[in-house]
Ligand binder design. Structure first.
Ligand code: ZN
Length: 124
Protein backbone atom coordinates (compact mmCIF):
# COMPACT_ATOMS: atom_id res chain seq x y z
CA UNK A 1 0.00 0.00 0.00
CA UNK A 2 1.29 3.47 -0.79
CA UNK A 3 1.51 6.04 1.99
CA UNK A 4 -1.54 7.93 0.77
CA UNK A 5 -3.60 4.79 0.39
CA UNK A 6 -2.61 3.72 3.86
CA UNK A 7 -3.64 7.07 5.33
CA UNK A 8 -7.05 6.86 3.63
CA UNK A 9 -7.56 3.27 4.68
CA UNK A 10 -6.61 3.97 8.32
CA UNK A 11 -8.98 6.95 8.29
CA UNK A 12 -11.90 4.85 7.11
CA UNK A 13 -11.16 2.10 9.63
CA UNK A 14 -10.91 4.56 12.54
CA UNK A 15 -14.14 6.34 11.61
CA UNK A 16 -16.21 3.22 10.95
CA UNK A 17 -14.97 1.49 14.10
CA UNK A 18 -15.75 4.47 16.32
CA UNK A 19 -19.25 4.68 14.79
CA UNK A 20 -19.67 0.91 15.03
CA UNK A 21 -20.34 0.60 11.30
CA UNK A 22 -23.58 2.55 11.39
CA UNK A 23 -24.63 5.70 9.57
CA UNK A 24 -24.42 8.26 12.35
CA UNK A 25 -27.35 10.29 10.98
CA UNK A 26 -29.98 7.63 10.20
CA UNK A 27 -28.62 4.75 12.26
CA UNK A 28 -28.69 2.15 9.50
CA UNK A 29 -26.15 -0.65 9.95
CA UNK A 30 -23.59 -0.75 7.20
CA UNK A 31 -20.31 -1.88 5.70
CA UNK A 32 -17.37 -0.08 4.13
CA UNK A 33 -18.40 0.84 0.60
CA UNK A 34 -14.88 -0.02 -0.53
CA UNK A 35 -15.01 -3.56 0.83
CA UNK A 36 -13.58 -5.56 3.69
CA UNK A 37 -15.39 -7.44 6.42
CA UNK A 38 -14.54 -5.46 9.56
CA UNK A 39 -18.28 -4.74 9.94
CA UNK A 40 -18.98 -8.38 10.75
CA UNK A 41 -18.31 -8.26 14.47
CA UNK A 42 -20.76 -5.35 14.82
CA UNK A 43 -23.58 -6.82 12.78
CA UNK A 44 -23.60 -10.50 13.63
CA UNK A 45 -26.93 -11.93 12.57
CA UNK A 46 -27.81 -9.13 10.15
CA UNK A 47 -27.89 -10.41 6.55
CA UNK A 48 -24.97 -8.77 4.75
CA UNK A 49 -27.14 -7.84 1.76
CA UNK A 50 -29.24 -5.57 4.00
CA UNK A 51 -26.22 -3.55 5.18
CA UNK A 52 -25.95 -0.11 3.60
CA UNK A 53 -22.67 1.00 1.98
CA UNK A 54 -20.91 3.52 4.24
CA UNK A 55 -18.65 6.44 3.40
CA UNK A 56 -16.21 8.15 5.76
CA UNK A 57 -17.24 11.76 5.11
CA UNK A 58 -14.76 14.59 5.67
CA UNK A 59 -16.70 17.14 7.71
CA UNK A 60 -14.26 19.93 6.89
CA UNK A 61 -12.95 19.74 3.35
CA UNK A 62 -9.56 18.08 2.90
CA UNK A 63 -7.97 21.22 1.46
CA UNK A 64 -8.97 23.32 4.47
CA UNK A 65 -6.97 21.30 6.99
CA UNK A 66 -3.18 21.21 7.30
CA UNK A 67 -2.67 17.54 6.40
CA UNK A 68 -5.83 16.68 4.51
CA UNK A 69 -7.99 16.00 7.54
CA UNK A 70 -7.59 12.23 7.53
CA UNK A 71 -8.23 12.01 11.28
CA UNK A 72 -11.19 10.42 13.05
CA UNK A 73 -11.98 13.83 14.60
CA UNK A 74 -12.84 15.06 11.10
CA UNK A 75 -14.66 11.97 9.85
CA UNK A 76 -18.21 10.67 10.20
CA UNK A 77 -19.79 7.46 8.93
CA UNK A 78 -22.62 8.25 6.55
CA UNK A 79 -24.71 6.00 4.33
CA UNK A 80 -23.61 6.27 0.74
CA UNK A 81 -27.04 6.67 -0.83
CA UNK A 82 -28.76 9.18 1.46
CA UNK A 83 -27.06 10.95 4.31
CA UNK A 84 -23.71 11.43 2.54
CA UNK A 85 -25.41 13.34 -0.27
CA UNK A 86 -27.16 15.59 2.25
CA UNK A 87 -23.85 16.32 4.00
CA UNK A 88 -22.18 17.12 0.65
CA UNK A 89 -24.78 19.84 -0.06
CA UNK A 90 -22.78 22.15 2.20
CA UNK A 91 -19.51 21.56 0.32
CA UNK A 92 -21.24 22.05 -3.03
CA UNK A 93 -23.36 25.10 -2.28
CA UNK A 94 -22.06 26.64 0.96
CA UNK A 95 -25.52 26.20 2.47
CA UNK A 96 -26.12 23.14 4.60
CA UNK A 97 -29.10 20.84 4.39
CA UNK A 98 -31.10 21.19 7.65
CA UNK A 99 -29.45 19.06 10.34
CA UNK A 100 -26.34 18.44 8.23
CA UNK A 101 -24.18 21.50 8.89
CA UNK A 102 -20.54 20.82 9.79
CA UNK A 103 -21.22 21.94 13.39
CA UNK A 104 -24.12 19.50 13.70
CA UNK A 105 -22.06 16.67 12.25
CA UNK A 106 -19.17 17.42 14.61
CA UNK A 107 -21.49 17.44 17.61
CA UNK A 108 -22.80 13.99 16.63
CA UNK A 109 -19.30 12.55 16.97
CA UNK A 110 -18.24 14.70 19.92
CA UNK A 111 -15.73 16.71 17.92
CA UNK A 112 -15.30 20.20 16.47
CA UNK A 113 -13.39 21.89 13.69
CA UNK A 114 -10.82 23.00 16.29
CA UNK A 115 -10.31 19.43 17.47
CA UNK A 116 -10.07 18.20 13.90
CA UNK A 117 -7.48 20.85 13.08
CA UNK A 118 -5.47 20.02 16.21
CA UNK A 119 -5.53 16.27 15.54
CA UNK A 120 -4.63 16.80 11.90
CA UNK A 121 -1.60 18.91 12.88
CA UNK A 122 -0.34 16.39 15.42
CA UNK A 123 -0.83 13.27 13.31
CA UNK A 124 0.70 14.77 10.18
ZN1 ZN B 1 -27.84 7.51 6.68
Amino acid sequence: MSGKKQVRSAFRAAVFTRDRFRCVMCGKPGKDRQGGDAHRKYHAGIPVETLVPLDAHHITNRNELPNGGYVAENGISLCDDGCHLLAEVFHQTGISHPGFSPDELYSKIGSSVEEARRADSVDG
